[in-house]
Design a protein around this ligand. Structure first.
Ligand code: ATP
Ligand code: MG
Length: 568
């Protein structure tokens, strides 16, 4: 392929709204352009990478016994109402009406559609297990579209769905898919980690997120050398034991105009670890009191799961006043009546703690669990933090890293088959719910994640397997007869063996050609100059190596070297 014939509109500068390095480089290298917020065009170079990633994924899905399908991108509202997801997804769904005013949405993922297919076409245990997958555009009206194709409003996802007769079969297959996802990450050249995760709107009992490790990642993971690893949102927190003190009488103290834990701690010269932070939440329209230690933070996902609530949010000022009889900042669990109290494990451990007194400008000293207040539930409801001990080995301090979630695998169980009544007949002719798993991977997000993980000041460094071209030939003067001849010979030999080669035939200065080659990030560059050709040589350089690693080789030597590298 000739550079001059392809649409590769490289840019010296990134547009001012490019928010992370992968967006800057995707736009500058001419892979991608922005149409509107969260909507991007992939140009020929971008699409070449996307197709390579797609093929890696397709191979792995086929090896895992999957069958490829294509579903519509427009779903009837009625289907998503069956599972309640029309409302759970809420504003993230792009909704539309047809000419008869019937409502639809654009595909966010396809659990309902595939379950509908299966409930109509699978009748017997003899047809199970089965796994269907597709590469399909997904639409999500994200609150904050950002980071280019990393969090866009339209993106390509590979979504797969498996159907089983029982949990044991799902369990076995989940492992197969876990291995397939691991292989995909390895083939794409990622440094990654698979961690346990919160299932979000898709639901289900158990899931893993495949995280590409990079400091710019939106997600935080918590892990331990013992093998424990989870999304920080889900990290379990152990009870922090405290040595019990002699219980002292409770005592009101004046703290005029000081409500926040840090300010009260300063005023009284006490560690926030001695505080009970008292927050009023509204869970499904009812107020609840939530207690964590002064230096801890409430994990709203844990809280919501514990309460089995559809919605939880901090209460407004009026509710706080009506629950505590005091302005915000003076709430405490003692003296509260007729309200559900939920205490974190480490709060119940505190002796002689400090809390708000439910009275303006007053706090209460020496508050003790059971004597001064009770809790309806004592459970793990806080966020993990630096210094916490691993909940699995209970020995080492947890470690934290940031990452980009590129894939998500779920054991769904009967979540969808129950609400959609997807049944099969077992060997005894008895009706049973089909057991499901689902497995998503963000194909377009993989492009951005790769670049986040693999770039330098000059541009992208594509891993060999997913590079848009494997080799770039840069003839410095393509008009020179000998140069042209050598270029074409090398090109012919490499491409006849299946390598993708880009020839920079443009009439540009060498500096510009080199800059573009580095920016685009093709793994190997062959430079052909009249000067070196005079000695029968051409240059070979690997993109990931420094400039001092350029080697002079005969054209045949370059060809055989590259064929060896790419195992052709
Ligand atoms: P996130 O937590 O990042 O919003 P999610 O849990 O909503 O992701 P899933 O519904 O599990 O994502 O979708 C499967 C995969 O699709 C994700 O692992 C990710 O790679 C990709 N993906 C999800 N949302 C987007 C998006 N807005 N833009 C690009 N890719 C996305
Ligand atoms: Mg999401």
């Amino acid at each position: 392929m000739f550079f001059s014939k392809m649409l590769i509109p490289t840019l010296k500068e990134a547009p001012s709204d490019a928010d992370i390095v992968s967006v800057k480089l995707m736009v500058r290298s001419g892979m991608m352009r922005k149409l509107a917020s969260g909507l991007y065009e992939l140009l020929p170079l971008g699409l070449k990478v996307l197709r390579k990633v797609e093929n890696i994924i397709r191979q792995e899905m086929n090896s895992a016994g999957g069958q490829e399908v294509i579903f519509p991108l427009i779903f009837p509202k009625a289907l998503l109402l069956e599972t309640g997801r029309w409302n759970v997804y809420g504003k993230e769904l792009f909704k539309l009406k047809d000419r008869k005013d019937v409502e639809f949405c654009l595909a966010p993922t396809a659990e309902e559609v595939v379950t509908d297919l299966i409930r109509k076409d699978i009748k017997s245990y003899k047809q199970l297990p089965v796994m269907l997958y597709q590469f399909g555009t997904k639409f999500r009206d994200e609150i904050r579209p950002r980071f280019g194709v990393m969090r866009s409003r339209e993106f390509l996802m590979k979504d797969a769905y498996s159907f089983h007769t029982d949990e044991a079969d799902l369990e076995k297959y989940y492992k197969t898919m876990f291995d397939a996802y691991t292989n995909i990450c390895i083939k794409c050249g990622f440094q990654f980690r698979a961690v346990e995760a919160v299932s979000g709107a898709i639901g289900g009992s158990f899931s893993h997120e495949f995280m590409v490790l990079t400091d710019t990642g939106e997600e935080e993971m918590t892990w331990c050398n013992c093998g424990y690893g989870t999304n920080s949102e889900k990290a379990e927190c152990l009870k922090i034991e405290q040595s019990k003190e002699e219980v002292l009488p409770a005592e009101e103290i004046l703290t005029p105009d000081v409500g926040a834990v840090e300010d009260v701690a300063k005023l009284l010269n006490l560690s926030p670890k001695k505080f009970i932070k008292t927050m009023i939440y509204i869970a499904d329209k009812k107020p609840v009191v939530v207690l964590v230690r002064g230096d801890h933070e409430i994990n709203e996902i844990k809280l919501q799961t514990l309460l089995g609530a559809d919605e939880t949010a901090l209460a407004d000022e009026q509710t706080v006043i009506s629950v505590t009889n005091a302005p915000i900042g003076f709430a405490g669990p003692a003296r509260l009546k007729n309200i559900k109290i939920i205490a974190d494990l480490s709060v119940a451990e505190l002796s002689n703690a400090l809390t708000g007194a439910n009275k303006k400008d007053y706090h209460l000293k020496n508050v003790n669990f059971k004597r001064d207040y009770n809790a309806d539930i004592v459970a793990d409801i806080r966020k993990v933090m630096r210094g916490d001990i691993c909940p699995r080995c209970k020995k080492e301090e947890l470690k934290f890293s940031r990452g980009i979630e590129i894939g998500h695998t779920f054991k769904l169980g009967t979540k969808y088959s129950k609400s959609m009544n997807a049944l099969y007949l077992d060997a005894n002719g008895k009706e049973k719910f089909i057991i499901m798993g689902c497995y998503g991977i963000g194909v377009t997000r993989i492009l951005a994640a790769t670049i986040e993980q693999s770039h330098d000041d000059d541009g992208i460094i594509w891993p060999d397997n997913i590079a848009p071209f494997e080799v770039a030939i840069v003839p410095l003067n393509y008009a020179d007869e000998k140069t042209k001849e050598t270029t074409e010979k090398i090109h012919k030999e490499l491409s006849s063996k299946g390598l993708d080669v880009l020839i920079d035939d443009r009439d540009e200065r060498a500096g510009i050609k080199f800059k573009d080659a580095d920016l685009i990030g093709i793994p190997y560059r062959i430079t052909i100059s009249e000067k070196n050709l005079a000695n029968g040589n051409v240059e070979l350089k690997a993109r990931r190596d420094g400039k001092d690693t350029i080697r002079l080789l005969k054209p045949e030597g370059v060809v055989s070297e590259l064929l060896k590298i790419f195992k052709k």
